[in-house]
Design a protein around this ligand. Structure first.
Ligand code: ATP
Ligand code: MG
Length: 668
């Protein structure tokens, strides 16, 4: 006896979405727009991201295969959230869709097609610190031949190259507009750039900017690759378009072509990345690139109560260079104005925020994760971090040094990077310098010796690392550590094949790093726990280069967070830049004093000040229900001797009727 039983796909059980009921007219028109190009230009909180999410869902419902959709967002987190939302809307495996930051998509494209540019699939990614190390090496090589006193330091050099790459301008143009005092060193700087490029090629590594620039080269120089990609990505969607740099716009121009399907959403009033080469003009000139594009405008804000929105509107109206628009609030009045809170100093500010967070949680039942504290610069949060820790309020930080950028994580990663890429000089040097007794000098000599090895085990040759490394000459007191390092490497690559990333991390920690951490760090236990967490995170990956790429991308400028981030009930502490696109019921903006926000660097320059005001606008528009504006009156630690702080001009220039002043007095 047998019984026929068929499994129905989940899709057939889920009704199609009622997009019309969930969207307003303009949003609906955009979501269901016919093929072609579309620009959704609208203010903060007007549902741009929601529109994109529904567009993806709508495409999937209409039978577009997920692989044919490319969704570009500003952070990996944003991409993940959007895909989760789509997944809850339609029954399609959204993991098949191409979604992520430009950088992460660039990485995937280069792994697939980089061979055309001479890149091996296992190429490494230099994060900003690795980049600086490599530039330092280039600079010190060159020191003898160049009058190095005139040259910018590695970090500044990196910034110059990065800007040139992102804006597609020449080094000379960048120097003229931003670093005129280095113009006389132009020739030397150009020469450095060439050496740096060479060095990257030799070491089979790319930096963050290459993740954007090299795919573009691929599109430009390899028409057959572009052809394949164009027909693969039938629909391209982009969030936060106002912060795209020239390179990213070129990507779109190539991938989409003059008649492809492209939808971008953005808000010129929230453009805050010109210091990294973004140009708000791209959004204003969209019609020049795609003359047939449809334009959708949304003038209703769904996020914030009218009191918050009135303040945000008043603030952005102070900018001269903007497309005038007045956002209307969809929500009803909250009955309370945004609070303006003057506090004695940073400590009092921290105490106020912590106490208020506690009250909102205990008395008003707000979840910790409903609340965020935003600031201009990471160090503004230090006192608050201490206060929250003292009071036992849980929080996470999305600014400043992140999990993946910490020394111990990078040390362990150096072993792994070298184990899969024998050309990786930066990782080799970092790794061997961990051996007690080996300094920068011996490390360089060892690298020279390694480069003579003609069939290294990583490249698929039989044999072991120790066979090559042990005969090399090392200082006497380094001998034991050197052996340990060589044998540890042996465990990582077996018969020319890298073992799984988790196993690698365990081997490195047990073989070398545990001892090192104990001798080097006061908080070795904490670091040990971090590495355990890293090993657990790595379990998702079987392939080492893929894991390492993720690691670099997570530490990158455009991304947030530690592995488990997102789902915990904690208060968010974030820089205003990192808060882009996000929202919370309660927002505290702190350190709103002249010189802090606006930052003292921008006070002189009108254009930078306008960008700073847009950043303030972004900060205000993150709040749904409640907004607190805090400013300390004194800065006892001031290095310039200017102890008295004035409230930010961004507070003073708007009508004070939009704010409610809170007078704070000590309990005693
Ligand atoms: P930002 O400029 O900050 O990126 P945005 O324009 O992308 O904002 P969303 O984040 O998409 O705006 O939406 C803001 C809030 O308003 C979200 O909570 C969203 O769910 C809600 N929202 C958007 N459109 C509607 C609508 N038509 N009906 C109800 N709620 C909406
Ligand atoms: Mg958005």
């Amino acid at each position: 006896m047998a019984r026929e039983y068929s499994l129905n796909p989940a899709a057939s059980q889920r009704p199609k979405l009622d997009h019309r009921a969930m969207l307003n007219e303009q949003q609906y028109a955009a979501v269901t727009a016919p093929a072609g190009q579309a620009l959704v230009i609208a203010g903060a909180g007007s549902g741009k991201t929601r529109t994109l999410t529904h567009r993806v869902a709508w495409l999937l419902e209409n039978g577009i295969a997920p692989e044919r959709i490319l969704l570009l967002t500003f952070t990996n987190k944003a991409a993940r959230e959007m895909l989760e939302r789509v997944e809850s809307l339609v029954a399609v495996d959204v993991r098949r869709l191409w979604g992520g930051t430009f950088h992460s998509v660039g990485n995937r494209l280069l792994r697939l097609h980089g061979a055309a540019l001479g890149l091996r699939q296992s190429f490494g990614i230099l994060d900003r610190e690795d980049q600086k190390d490599l530039l330092d090496a280039v600079l010190s090589d060159a020191e003898s031949s160049v009058g190095s006193f005139r040259l910018p330091k590695a970090e500044v050099m990196g910034e110059i190259f990065s800007l040139a790459s992102n804006t597609r301008l020449s080094t000379e143009e960048i120097l003229t507009s931003r670093y005129p005092y280095f113009l006389e060193a132009l020739e030397d700087i150009e020469a450095m750039r060439q050496r740096y490029e060479q060095k990257k090629r030799q070491t089979q590594s790319v930096d963050f900017d290459d993740l954007l620039a090299l795919p573009l080269r691929l599109f430009e120089e390899h028409p057959q690759v572009l052809e394949t990609l164009r027909s693969q990505f039938e629909f391209v969607l982009v969030d936060e378009f106002q912060d795209c740099c020239a390179l990213q716009v070129e990507w779109l121009r190539h991938l989409v072509g003059p008649r492809g399907n492209l939808m971008v959403v953005g808000d010129d009033a929230q453009s805050i990345y010109s210091w990294r080469g973004a140009e708000v003009e791209h959004i204003l000139n969209f019609g020049d690139l795609w003359p047939q594009a449809r334009v959708f405008k949304i003038e209703i804000n769904y996020r914030s109560v009218p009191e918050v929105l009135a303040l945000a509107n008043a603030s952005i109206a102070c900018n001269k260079g903007q497309v005038p628009k007045e956002l209307r609030a969809d929500r009803g009045a909250a009955g309370a104005l945004p609070a303006l809170v003057a506090l004695d100093d940073g400590r009092a500010q921290a105490a106020f925020v912590a106490q208020r967070l506690g009250e909102l949680h205990e008395d008003e039942g707000k979840a910790w994760s409903d609340m965020a504290v935003l600031y201009r610069a990471h160090f503004h949060s230090m006192e608050l971090q201490m206060e929250l820790t003292a009071r036992g309020i849980p929080f996470e930080i999305t600014s400043g040094l992140r999990f993946f950028e910490q020394a111990h994580v990078k040390d362990v990663a150096a072993f792994m990077k070298f184990a899969v890429n024998e050309h990786d000089e930066v990782s080799f040097l970092r790794m061997v310098r961990l051996v007690p007794g080996i300094g920068p000098g011996s490390a360089t000599k060892l690298w020279t010796a390694w480069r003579k090895v003609d069939h290294p085990p990583q490249a698929g040759h039989p044999g072991t690392f120790s066979q090559w490394l042990l005969p090399m000459s090392v200082p006497k007191k380094a001998r034991e550590g050197w052996q340990q390092l060589a044998y540890t490497l042996d465990e990582l690559v077996i018969e020319g094949k890298a073992i799984a990333p988790t196993a690698m991390i365990r081997s490195v920690v047990e073989g070398v790093y545990e001892d090192y951490a104990r001798s080097k760090f006061k908080n070795a236990d904490q670091r040990q726990q971090d590495l355990d967490q890293l090993a657990a995170f790595a379990q998702r990956y079987e392939d080492c280069p893929e894991f390492l790429a993720q690691l670099s991308l997570l530490s990158g400028v455009d991304t947030g967070s530690s592995p488990e981030e997102g789902s915990r009930d904690v208060v968010t502490l974030s820089s205003a830049h990192q808060a882009k696109g996000l929202e919370w019921p309660v927002v505290f903006a702190i350190s709103l004093a002249e010189g802090l926000f606006p930052h003292h660097r921008v006070l002189e320059d009108e254009a930078s000040l306008e960008e700073e005001r847009r950043l303030f606008y972004v900060t205000l528009t993150r709040a749904r229900d409640e907004l607190y504006l805090c400013h300390p009156l004194l800065n006892p630690q001031s290095r310039t001797g200017d102890v008295i702080l004035r409230p930010s001009r961004f507070i003073q220039e708007v009508s004070q009727d939009l704010l409610e002043k809170w007078n704070i007095r000590p309990a005693w």
